[in-house]
Design a protein around this ligand. Structure first.
Ligand code: GTP
Ligand code: MG
Length: 386
């Protein structure tokens, strides 16, 4: 999709990647767009950049409202370990579901478009806190589409709520289409590339290879990044990935959101098993059939999200103390480096070795290095200099 950008545009992209604030991002993105030639091959990219600009402007507007206390704020600060946005067509029971799962005081009403603002609540699953956000209905024609999708893009995962008394297949496809139009995809790509570019430093290009490059070598990736003037970056490759995917990843224009579907109101209809099964096959997603009203299926939501978001828990400890009871919540594939980084910046700089107890090691207390991949339930003790 990223087709033969001129060198000038490539060189400008780095500024967008490095931009920290929405204001900086807007300036850099506008500058980048001005050097992207207008033709068929760049159409999608330009469309995406234009949408992204609108989202960024919205974000600034929201921040301003929040600061001045004037106007309603749509953005929800992350709390807990992960943030999951609850999405769905009008009147499917999103608000009742969030209320039942978290106790949050949502607006529940028997007419559509009753929710006009996002409302957060906290769902506890074992020792993990999942922040659920109730949202206004997502449907074509709603003036809030960009804002709601902005919330979804910013979240760690989605909980899609459908209404069993309606055509759940059609409703799902409609919703998936809406999200895809804005670059939010629900199915996991075969591979995934994450590129973190650093503004300064002399680390060069560092790779974490958790999969493989299909048609290229790491040197090809280096050369590609060189064209974009990226000299300091951490490139993480998961699954099977092509050089195009790497280039694509520079543009953050599609993002995968792990999602779970909740088919609500099954207390009102009988024999939904078959259509629920079909939806599962069509969507490739875990589907829970239940009822916010009777409570059926509610106990499955936490675990389904935990699994679908591929979360793992790591319990850190200091020498001679017990592991913390509150886990660090990370993604599958996380390494000791990620653990160290989430404790303190200096932990990576001063790292000597880590001792690990749990599934990822051969014996309790094994010594490992920064690139060691941790697993759910691991206990980690990091030893640093000084
Ligand atoms: N029978 C039954 N009714 C439900 C269930 N869940 C929600 N309802 C009812 O459905 C209506 C809509 O519920 P809400 O939770 O407001 O739905 P919503 O999806 O948040 O609606 P909007 O915010 O307008 O999109 C209300 O009258 C609820 O009482 C359920 O599982 N079973
Ligand atoms: Mg609602």
């Amino acid at each position: 999709m990223v087709t033969n950008l001129p060198a000038e545009a490539k060189a400008k992209w780095i500024k967008v990647m490095e931009a920290k604030t929405p204001e900086e991002k807007i300036r850099a993105l506008e500058d980048f767009l001005s050097s992207v030639p207008k033709h068929k091959g760049t159409e999608k990219l330009r469309l995406w950049a234009t949408r992204r600009l609108a989202e960024l402007r919205d974000e600034i507007e929201e921040r301003r409202k929040k600061k001045t206390g004037r106007g309603a704020v749509f953005f929800v600060e992350k709390e807990g370990d992960v943030q999951v946005v609850v999405l769905g067509p009008p009147n499917t029971g999103k608000s009742m579901l969030v209320n039942k799962l978290t106790g949050a005081r949502t607006v529940i009403a028997d007419y559509p478009f009753s929710t006009t603002q996002p409302v957060p609540g906290m769902l506890k699953y074992e020792d993990i806190y999942i922040q659920l956000i109730d949202t206004p209905p997502l449907s074509r024609g709603s003036g809030l589409i960009n804002k709601i999708i902005g919330l979804a893009r910013n979240a760690d995962g989605l909980l899609i709520v459908l209404d069993a008394t309606r055509d759940i297949i059609a409703d799902f496809e409609e919703l998936r289409g809406l999200l895809e139009d804005s670059g939010v995809v629900l199915s996991k790509p075969l591979g995934r590339v994450v590129i973190e570019a650093y503004r300064s430093g002399r680390q060069g290009i560092r790779f974490t290879l958790m999969g493989k490059l299909l048609n290229a070598t790491l040197d090809d990736v280096r050369r590609l990044l060189e064209e974009y003037r990226i000299h300091n970056a951490h490139v993480k490759i998961y699954g099977e990935v092509t050089l195009d995917d790497v280039e694509q990843a520079l543009f953050e224009n599609t993002t995968y959101k792990p999602s779970v579907v909740f088919v609500n109101k099954v207390d009102l209809v009988s024999g939904v098993d078959e259509v629920v099964k079909v939806l599962g096959e069509k969507s490739g997603l875990p589907v829970i059939a239940g009822s916010a009203f009777t409570g059926l299926g509610l106990n499955k939501v936490g675990e389904a999200l935990f699994t679908q978001l591929e979360l793992i828990r790591v319990y850190t400890k200091s020498p001679n103390t017990d592991p913390s009871s509150k886990p660090l919540v990370l993604r599958k594939g996380a390494t000791i480096r990620d653990v160290a980084e989430s404790i303190h910046r200096d932990f990576v700089k001063n790292f000597v070795y880590a001792k690990v107890w749990g599934k990822s090691v051969h014996y309790p207390g094994e010594r490992v290095g920064l690139e060691h991949v941790v697993e759910d339930g691991d206990i980690v003790e990091i030893h640093i200099r000084g």
